[in-house]
Design a protein around this ligand. Sequence first.
Ligand code: NAP
Length: 263
Amino acid sequence: MDLHLKGRRALVTGSSSGLGEAIARLLAAEGADVVVHGRNAARAEAVAETIRGDGGAATAAVGDLGTDEGADAVAALAGPVDILVNNAGVYDHMGWDDLTSGDWADIYNVNVIAAARMIRRLVPGMRARGWGRVIQIGGGLASQPMADAPHYNATLAARHNLATSLARELKGTGVTSNVVSPGAILVDHVRELVTRIAPARGWSGEWADLERAASGEWVPNDADRFGRPHEIAGAVAYLCGAYADYVSGATLRVDGGTVRSAF
Ligand SMILES: NC(=O)c1ccc[n+]([C@@H]2O[C@H](COP(=O)([O-])OP(=O)(O)OC[C@H]3O[C@@H](n4cnc5c(N)ncnc54)[C@H](OP(=O)(O)O)[C@@H]3O)[C@@H](O)[C@H]2O)c1
């Protein structure tokens, strides 16, 4: 299958690790010219270098998307892009009692306003050129939140909401706006988080035991496991490609059935 990504330029925010890295790698393997992004220059450049080593086209752009200045710098380094994947974000495992109003404001800034910053800077060019793809990485916790991390859950809901609004805004422009909604996906950050909360939950043993316990009790799903980053990348690549021209305002869940509702 040819997704027709050759000649398309893609910025994947937060692609110096985790899901973003897998997305950048797959888009590059499919022929896109990829901009790898993060705050850490060494990590972003290392990912870009391995993509180039695999025969792909990649450069690195560094900047903190939690500020307008950082977003300006990243947009300038990226140049005109056809595909924007708003993936950069943060999450932790704080509960209602510990979260200050500052924590709520900070996570909203990085997880939601950062995406709006990049949309404002990059989507006008897509609209002018008559083709584009904007993808938010959302999450099952948007519609099925757990008691923990309410500040994070709420930011995921905002990402889904803004993506739908953007789809309406982009009516007739050739630019689509969609969400890929992961369940719990095994990246280093998630492994650390699960390992940290395991003792309090009575989970023990090797990583395989912890994953089995966590996917059974914490994020129960029909696949009985955590997802893997390449499984998210595949959904993003589909939405970026030519087979998804008629898909806009949609949410593509990749969660093994973690979210229980039919719609
Ligand atoms: N893993 C999951 O189970 C899961 C599930 C649902 C949704 N998600 C979403 O997927 C996205 C990626 O998460 P991940 O699991 O892959 O975690 P990760 O490995 O920690 O990746 C986070 C990325 O975001 C970047 N980032 C963080 N704060 C930033 C800022 N202020 N400005 C610019 N870049 C920033 C990081 O780059 P630097 O470290 O270089 O700054 C890193 O590249 C997040 O938005 C998360 O909400 C993840």
